[in-house]
Design a binder for this molecule. Structure first.
Ligand SMILES: Cc1cc2nc3c(=O)[nH]c(=O)nc-3n(C[C@H](O)[C@H](O)[C@H](O)COP(=O)(O)OP(=O)(O)OC[C@H]3O[C@@H](n4cnc5c(N)ncnc54)[C@H](O)[C@@H]3O)c2cc1C
Length: 388
């Protein structure tokens, strides 16, 4: 693992830094999990795309600039360092795009990728169902063949679709063959949310934002070219998406380094009231973020050498999600009663982001596959332990 950056990488960092310093909104945008805030975030995404910074590692034909994985990490460090808005395109660019690059046809790539990168079409993940969360293979929503129209009729219900109420398209698994073993009869579909037969119902979150949606599908027709990969082989396509979600792409270290640095600054403001134990928590939070950063560089080095992440992404997922909770808890401990103030309150520190960040961090051990399930994966597939 080489931690020295070359001339090209340093120039790229400088370019990102200058653009972000000049363009990141001075006041934070409203939450991207509300209708109004989402619209503000989409405008920001369009600006980022116009500057060639929305999807730096993608091929040029889809709006990227063919940056290396290392340069992407640099971009992420600069992005979070600058306090830039959270990415409402993430379900598309970090989850769907890797799947399309690996399994999509040329026509699908042409049709979807550039619009996804330019925030012209916003994507939601439609995997979970009321009885299929951790056990994703027990998905009950169905797709039935419609030979006459050359496509499929979708029926069922998806739940917990992040920002589903504001999105244009979902991707998800549907049962195409109930006779086959659970994992084998599933197919991966792209479903426009404007299709006839779709009903969306918003679900409020703990923090009051209305970002979640339940999606009901009642005889929704989609043509054959809305399938990714092969019929009945959707499970294997879906597994490509999960390792992106748990692994590198969704949670680059830049994000956690930025929070850890913010925590150090908070400590400097409140250190007179802080106990030695609290000081140790601050130090630990920073060391954890740095350890995660170094681990990521090691992973990237491995990938650049032709390796892949695979089941190790579960280790990553447990680490970043638990670290995020601990870092925010420490921030709230430092702030004591001030931590409970709403962002609008005159005395709220760091725009009230510690409580909001804490509430979101609590969901980290649940989404992208719960940590209990990740521990099962680590035990069985990384350590090779028996199932029982
Ligand atoms: C903030 C947030 C955003 C989300 N966004 C999306 C989204 O955009 N799209 C989407 O499709 N879904 C989304 N989800 C849903 C998420 O993927 C599920 O909540 C998750 O997979 C867990 O499923 P479940 O809620 O049905 O819980 P269950 O699967 O019912 O699990 C309940 C508990 O039992 C434990 N458990 C279950 N099975 C086992 C086992 N074999 N061994 C040990 N423990 C077990 C689980 O770990 C958990 O603690 C989101 C969730 C959150 C919190």
């Amino acid at each position: 693992m080489d931690l020295t950056f070359n001339e090209k990488e340093n120039a790229f960092r400088q370019e990102c830094r200058s653009w972000l310093e000049a363009n990141v909104p001075k006041e934070p945008l409203q939450s991207g999990d509300t209708g109004e805030g989402f619209a503000q975030h989409v405008e920001w995404e369009k600006k980022l795309f116009a500057a060639g910074l929305a999807v730096v590692s993608w091929p040029k034909e889809y709006g990227g600039r063919e940056a290396t994985l290392m340069e992407w990490l640099i971009f992420e460090e600069e992005y979070y360092r600058a306090g830039a808005p959270s990415r409402v395109t993430q379900n598309g660019i970090f989850l769907m795009a890797p799947t399309l690059f690996e399994y999509g046809t040329d026509a699908q790539k042409q049709r979807y990728l550039k619009k996804m990168a330019g925030a012209e079409e916003l994507w939601a993940q439609g995997w979970s169902e009321p009885n299929a969360g951790s056990d994703l293979a027990s998905v009950k929503s169905t797709a039935t063949r419609d030979d006459e129209r050359g496509g499929w009729l979708l029926n069922g219900q998806k739940t917990w679709c992040t920002r589903g109420s504001f999105s244009d398209i979902i991707f998800g698994l549907f049962r195409t063959d109930p006779e086959l073993a659970r994992h084998k009869g599933l197919t991966y579909f792209i479903v426009p949310l404007t299709s006839e037969g779709i009903t969306l119902r918003g679900v409020d979150r703990l923090d009051g934002d209305e970002g979640f949606a339940e999606v009901f599908l009642d005889n929704v027709f989609v043509p054959d070219d809305h399938i990714i990969g092969e019929v009945d082989r959707g499970w294997y396509v879906a597994m490509a998406t999960t390792s992106s979600e748990r692994g590198l792409s969704l949670r680059s270290p830049g994000r956690f380094m930025a929070t850890a640095t913010k925590l150090i600054n908070l400590y400097k403001r409140y250190r007179e009231d802080a106990t030695p134990a609290l000081r140790d928590q601050v130090v630990q939070a920073w060391m954890d973020a740095d350890a995660y950063r170094l681990y990521t560089f090691q992973t990237v080095t491995k990938m650049l050498g032709g390796g892949s992440i695979g089941a190790e992404s579960s280790l990553n997922k447990i680490f970043w999600s638990e670290m995020d909770v601990k870092t925010h808890e420490t921030g709230l401990d430092l702030l004591a009663e001030l931590g409970e103030l709403e962002p609008e309150a005159p005395d709220a520190q760091d725009h009230g982001s510690w409580m909001k960040g804490y509430q979101f961090a609590l969901a980290g051990p649940i989404y992208a596959g719960t940590n209990e399930i990740q521990r099962n994966v680590v035990a069985e597939r990384v350590l090779g332990l028996p199932r029982k």
